[in-house]
Design a protein around this ligand. Structure first.
Ligand code: ARG
Length: 459
């Protein structure tokens, strides 16, 4: 098949090379951005007098018609085209003739593809940010209902100190808000037009780069033509930010798996968000959470693929960079696909308040509070820690818990203990007492949720 670049060749490319070289199988997903970029380019070419206005108008109309036909399915991608850029340009020329051949004036596929990928990521990352905000809103609503739902907080997966379910959810709200911010930072940095970089060394035409950027809604233009075509930091950064999103969703998933197990029994998944077993009739499995946890690996893989493709490349463009697209698409597709059922799974979760409370009451989660109580009576913390530890040892041997000790028993660990100890080590007090900003006390969590709701409202 004739190539747009075959003027200097005497032989046809081998069929295996055509197939190997082709990217239209995946970069067809950039067609909207490709047309948008070409329309902005051609308008500018007319404005600066490089193209006659009539040609530019014919090109723009032709591109818009191609876009409409691709959207409707009236026009099919030609799998034989080398890539989406070649396909659109060839189709344009097929439709409008000579004028179509002027579209690529002052442009290279190198700056074109860099632009397309930036535009695509800007659109998609914006959508993921909206999904993250939706998940934060769901978590904030759930947390509001569980300000007083006491559960054990863990370190080393050992019961540590009592917290509330709202406070635990608040930790994920904080993580997801950082993710939202990170994707915003990524968008702010990729928001530049590389057009005008040409193949690598700019171009001799008097292009108005800023006008193109403005037309495309981008904040500015890239600073160096070599970097403009060979920079994929924005793709790596997006994959890195998406990887961190997946770290958070994966950790949350692990907790859902634990909590929904018979051992914890803290939550029950809605039937609509769980699955059964083909052999064991009693099973109700947390597949959504497990699959979300598993999908994290894909996204990390995409990040590592991008880093590895880029690490040894000399400036400027190299064909290796064609490999960036599938990794970027996969990372974006995966995060989007996880967030939908993940959000639904959480929104429909049944919380077993009593089981959480029982677990918080076991495991001596108030031992620190007993030590703090003794500190309040004047004992140095280190000595109080030891006294409380001895009380725990005693309870373990006796098969009882701190709050069930008699006052006489308590006094064997410290004569400072008075009848107010029971109130001081009650679960409600343990939680209420931790009222610093960021702590689990209902008022502190409510303040965090207020701030989160203001943040959501201002998005
Ligand atoms: N399909 C190519 C890519 O994705 C477009 C750029 C081709 N540039 C070139 N000089 N061969 O990277």
């Amino acid at each position: 098949m004739a190539k747009m670049w075959d003027g200097r060749f005497v032989k046809e490319t081998d069929a295996s090379v055509d197939g190997f070289n082709s990217s239209i199988g995946f970069d067809r997903r950039l067609f909207r951005q490709d047309v948008r970029g070409s329309v902005a380019h051609v308008r500018m070419l007319a404005k600066v007098g490089v193209l006659p206005a009539a040609d530019a108008a014919a090109i723009e109309a032709g591109l818009q018609a191609i876009l409409a036909d691709l959207e409707s399915g009236a026009l099919a991608f030609d799998p034989g085209a080398e890539d989406v850029h070649m396909f659109v340009e060839a189709e344009l020329t097929r439709r409008i003739g000579e004028a179509g051949k002027r579209l690529h004036t002052g442009r290279s596929r190198n700056d074109q593809v860099a632009l397309d990928l930036r535009l695509w990521l800007k659109d998609e990352l914006g959508g993921i940010r909206a999904q993250l905000a939706e998940l934060v809103a769901v978590l904030a609503r759930m947390a509001r209902e569980h300000l007083d739902t006491v559960m054990p907080g863990y370190t080393h997966l050992q019961r540590a100190q009592p917290i509330t379910f709202a406070h635990h959810l608040g930790a994920y709200i904080a993580m997801l808000r950082r993710d939202h911010g990170r994707l915003g930072d990524c968008i702010a940095r990729l928001d530049l037009s590389p057009l005008g970089s040409g193949a690598l060394a700019g171009t001799v035409y008097p292009l108005d780069r800023a006008a193109v950027a403005q037309d495309l809604g981008l904040a500015g233009v890239t600073a160096n033509s070599l970097d403009g075509v060979s920079d994929r930091d924005f793709a790596i950064e997006a994959a890195a930010a998406l990887s961190i999103v997946m770290v958070h969703l994966s950790r949350f998933s692990e907790e859902i798996v634990l909590w929904s197990s018979q051992v914890f029994g803290f939550v029950e998944l809605d039937d609509a968000y769980s699955t059964g077993s083909s052999i064991m009739p009693q099973k109700k499995n947390p597949d959504v959470a497990e699959l979300a946890r598993g999908k994290a690996g894909r996204v990390f893989g995409d990040l590592v693929a991008l880093l590895t493709v880029m690490k040894g490349l000399p400036l400027a463009y190299n064909k290796d960079m064609q490999e960036d697209k599938e990794a970027v698409f996969d990372a974006v597709d995966t995060v989007k696909a996880v967030l939908v059922p993940f959000t639904g799974m959480l929104a429909s979760l049944t919380v077993k308040r009593e089981a959480m409370r029982r677990a918080a009451a076991g495991g001596f989660t108030n031992a620190t509070d007993f030590a703090d109580y003794l500190v309040g009576k004047g004992l140095p913390f280190r000595s109080a820690h030891e006294a409380s530890g001895k009380a725990v040892k005693y309870c373990l041997a006796a098969g009882t818990s701190l709050e069930d000790l008699s006052l006489d028993e308590f006094r064997t660990f410290s004569p400072l203990v008075g009848p107010d100890v029971y109130e001081a080590i009650s679960l409600a007090r343990c939680v209420d007492g931790r009222s610093l900003p960021g702590g689990p006390a209902p008022a502190a969590v409510a303040a965090m949720l207020d701030e989160t709701e203001r943040w959501l409202a201002a998005l």
